[in-house]
Design a protein around this ligand. Structure first.
Ligand code: FAD
Length: 366
């Protein structure tokens, strides 16, 4: 089939990788560059945290999250990423005065889902074995069935892989104004396709009147003195943060974007994505002083080595979300819309795309 995908961010790329396997011909539209650095999918920390996210999420997020975790390995290979998936679990800790909050957090997960009963409490001694540099924390929990996708590697390598595919035409810098079944409207043009996918994230407000953006800011820090090997969360009454190690940083990524930016990694350093703020606003302007103070003081309180880390980059974007913060699939004849992945895009995209295809295109009898 001749298929259009409008929005080549996270969902658009996951769709493209799935549809190429079936032998379709694709046109990818994006209002920005094909490097994808304007998409929320580029800003994301890429955590796959079906358990930790349960506190504020519904069990459907857990179910789709677990399914996505089964699908990511093959998907990443198809995107040309061989070192972007880590499934070593998450550490959640808190300062001594906040331990009751940590206990409450874990018990709320255990009340929501049977599998959460296996979450392991680790004392300082056990923590020292898992993460030697965090052993000074008296108590933590180890969520062994979680992980992360290196979001920046996924976006960069999928750009290369998809660009080179002869069955893809990539219409970058092309803002689509309207989408109808089998039709894409942009500028003064209307193009017809056998099927159209709307994966514009926050750019789909023209269709979804109840779509909103939730601002998120992250820092990229580099240090030669810190060695944290798995995503680590700090529970705090005001500043909840995560620290996500990026094993390979920019290694092997060669994009036009890389030539311009100053964030090629210093040899011998390790990169950490630290985030994220969550602000009910669609402001995409750079990180505020308040947010950077909060994130930086919280990360320093987890590991004092961050005092000498270098701030190499800050990123801001908005998570596309509906009122219930749940993903939405709309299937019609010759048109599928996927949106509202909120703070769970990496956790959900492979499973939600699978569901959307099974209920839409693959179910089409015409
Ligand atoms: C700070 C932050 C941290 C995050 N951390 C995580 C995490 O740890 N784990 C996790 O699972 N998720 C995380 N997320 C969430 C995840 O990034 C999003 O859920 C996901 O990117 C949404 O995917 P999407 O494809 O719908 O939107 P996007 O990735 O934003 O892609 C939308 C694309 O559509 C294009 N577009 C928009 N309008 C138009 C138009 N009119 N015409 C053509 N193209 C258009 C855009 O340019 C963009 O490329 C995080 C998000 C943020 C902001």
């Amino acid at each position: 089939m001749n298929i259009a995908i409008v929005g080549a961010g996270l969902v658009g790329r996951v769709l493209a990788l799935n549809l190429l396997k079936e032998g379709h011909t694709l046109t990818l539209f994006d209002k920005s560059s094909k490097e994808g650095t304007d998409a929320a999918g580029f800003t994301a920390a890429g955590m796959l945290a079906p358990f930790a996210e349960l506190e504020t999420a519904e069990s459907t997020i857990f179910k789709h999250g677990k399914r996505s975790m089964e699908l990511w390995e093959d998907l990443l290979k198809e995107a040309g990423v061989y070192d972007g998936l880590q499934l070593k679990g998450t550490i959640i800790t808190a300062h001594p005065q906040d331990i009751p909050e940590l206990d409450h957090f874990i018990s709320s997960l255990r009340n929501k889902i049977e599998e959460a009963k296996d979450i392991e409490m680790v004392d300082s001694q056990k923590l020292s074995k898992l993460e030697p540099e965090l052993g000074h924390h008296a108590k933590a929990f180890y969520l062994k069935d979680e992980g992360q996708v290196d979001a920046q590697r996924f976006m960069a390598f999928s750009t290369n892989t998809l660009s080179m595919n002869p069955n893809i035409k990539w219409m970058e810098y092309t803002k689509v104004d309207k989408i109808e079944p089998a039709k894409v409207f942009y500028g003064d043009k209307v193009e017809e396709y056998d099927w159209v996918f709307d994966s514009r994230g926050l750019g789909a407000k023209e269709h979804f009147s109840d779509l909103r953006g939730v601002r998120g800011e992250v820092l990229w820090l580099e240090s030669s003195e810190i060695n944290i090997t798995r995503p680590t969360r700090l529970l705090h009454p005001r500043y909840k943060i995560y620290i996500v190690p990026r094993e390979n940083g920019c290694e092997g990524i060669e994009l036009d974007y890389c030539k311009e930016c100053k964030i090629s990694q210093e040899p011998g350093t390790k990169r950490y994505v630290v985030g994220a703020t969550e602000i009910e606003s669609e402001d995409m302007s750079p990180m505020s002083v308040r947010s950077s103070l909060e994130l930086l003081s919280a990360v320093f309180s987890v590991h004092s080595g961050f005092g000498e880390a270098r701030i190499v980059n800050t990123e801001t974007n908005c998570r596309p979300a509906f009122k219930d913060n749940l993903p939405r699939i709309e299937n019609a004849d010759k048109l599928t819309r996927i949106n509202g992945l909120y703070r769970h895009g990496y956790l959900l995209a492979p499973a939600i795309v699978e569901k959307a295809l099974n209920e839409g295109l693959y179910n089409d009898k015409s």
